[in-house]
Design a protein around this ligand. Structure first.
Ligand code: EPU
Length: 444
């Protein structure tokens, strides 16, 4: 088990390179299954959700070959299996994209109910509704979802809620369905557009992605392609806030500034300076941070996946801020941990009241999900003293080498391997003490 040990109080300066988007790549990798030829996927982030997706592809019979640091050649022509077992699927929420991709390829799919971040109730009724419109029936047994269709035929899908996952799954299943598929009340996130662009680069005919009305004309075959995943807007936003929280001055590189508009607008309101360039954003602070009210909502609104990070920044600002979570029922579980660091936050249902105190104090804390973990890193970087963050596997699901990138900007953060509770003296000796965190030697 690993943890991060952070000695807070260092300004972040310099540059950081943003990796490919988690929430795009976890749909693009299953989408490769739909191709009749090998595909080359570039700008793939090195995160555990990608490792799991590639394992699933390999287990299904695909040939996955790394080419360089962040590029993979994936040959799906050898896939002869439409089942994603519990052992792999449970590790990742996004395993539900194999439902749409396998259904589109084989007219059937068998995938374990997904795992992933616990943010409250995470139903998949809208995914199943879309599959049903296209002609697939589902059944659930032993924790596995089975989908079967005689053939897929286009239809009109209207989502009752705006959902990223179901919009992507409807595209995956609809791309080879006979005739026309219409998706209404579709989600508009940048990763929806990226999946559509990827599928279109294989010969699909998807129009309107990025609006709430997507039109798909089914095609019989999809061919191979070379495609580069978009930069991760949430990783970029997280580093922007980390820079702001430490009073730093950072150039965030390899971004699409348009995707970051809702974040940059709020940061400017809080008193953070932002300068946008073609594919980079400079973030710096030279004055006081002030309160702001934020409500998360689907794109182009303020992203829920940035909510814990900006809440952390607001604990450092003067005044009372109100945060309303508009997507997930339980996305304030990290607040308990921030309180241990001295934050004054009161939560009532999906609303949090933050009394900005200007500073946080280091403490031992636990990441309860991916973005909560990122928020605790930001808290630790800005706090006085030492912060130790446990359960960092959540963070590694979605951030590519976060501590390495932070160290390059001057942060004092180390990854430390913890001995298992049952381990003996030998592993005790391997524990790195708090005094060791300035050493450059590899953490054990
Ligand atoms: N919903 C339903 N029924 C469904 C699907 C969703 O009621 O069938 C509801 C959900 O309960 C939620 C809302 O619709 O209240 C939005 O859910 P959505 O389907 O958009 O979420 P998701 O696809 O499961 C993705 C990201 C999340 C991100 C949300 C919202 C991936 C793999 N995950 O989840 O990312 O919070 O969209 O933008 O793309 C993260 O990266 O930290 C993360 C949790």
């Amino acid at each position: 088990m690993d943890k991060f040990v952070i000695k807070g109080g260092r300004r972040l300066t310099g540059e950081v390179n943003i990796s490919g988007a988690k929430n795009a790549v976890v749909a693009i990798l299953p989408a490769v299954l739909l191709s009749d030829e090998p595909c080359i996927i570039e700008n793939v982030p090195s995160i555990s959700d990608v490792k799991i997706s590639l394992t699933i592809l390999r287990e299904m019979g695909a040939e996955v070959t790394p080419i360089g640091k962040d590029t993979y050649r994936i040959d799906p022509t050898t896939v002869n299996n439409y089942c994603v077992p519990y052992e792999t699927a449970r590790k990742m929420r996004a395993s539900y994209y194999f439902l749409g991709a396998l259904l589109g390829k084989f007219n059937k799919a068998r995938v374990s109910m997904p795992g992933g971040c616990s943010l409250g109730d995470r139903p998949i009724d809208q995914h199943l509704k879309a599959f049903k419109v296209l002609g697939a029936n589902h059944s659930l047994s032993q924790g596995m979802i089975d989908l079967t269709a005689e053939k897929l035929v286009g239809g009109q899908i209207f989502f009752d809620v705006v959902t990223v996952g179901a919009t992507m799954n409807a595209m995956l299943a609809g791309v080879k369905a006979e005739g026309l598929t219409i998706i209404e009340n579709a989600a508009k996130e940048p990763h929806i557009v990226d999946l559509a662009n990827f599928l279109n680069s294989m010969g699909a005919n998807i129009m309107g992605a990025g609006t709430d009305y997507i039109k798909i004309r089914g095609v019989k075959h999809l061919h191979g392609t070379t495609y580069s995943v978009i930069p991760d807007q949430i990783e970029a936003g997280t580093f922007m806030i980390a820079a702001a929280a430490t009073g730093g001055d950072v150039l965030v590189k390899n971004v699409i500034p348009k995707h970051l508009e809702s974040i940059t607008k709020k940061l400017e309101k809080i008193g953070v300076n932002i300068e946008s360039f073609d594919d980079s954003i400079r973030v710096w602070v030279d004055g006081p941070l002030v309160k702001a009210n934020i409500k998360t909502s689907p794109h182009p609104g303020f992203p829920t996946d940035m909510q814990p990070q900006i809440a952390t920044l607001l604990t450092l600002a003067s005044g009372t801020s109100i945060i309303t979570e508009g997507i997930w029922d339980q996305r304030f579980r990290y607040v308990e941990e921030l309180r241990r660091m001295g934050a004054d936050i009161t939560v009532n249902g999906t609303v949090a009241l933050i009394e900005g105190k200007g500073n946080l104090m280091g403490a031992p804390v636990k990441a309860c999900d991916l973005r909560a973990g990122a928020a605790l890193i930001i808290a630790g970087l800005s706090a006085s003293g030492i912060t130790e963050i446990e359960d960092i596997y959540h963070i590694e699901r979605g951030y590519d080498g976060m501590e390495v990138k932070l160290r390059q900007m001057g942060a004092d953060i180390r990854k430390v391997s913890l001995p298992d509770e049952n381990d003996d003296k030998e592993s005790e000796q391997k524990t790195v003490s708090r005094n060791d965190i300035n050493d450059d030697a590899e953490a054990v």
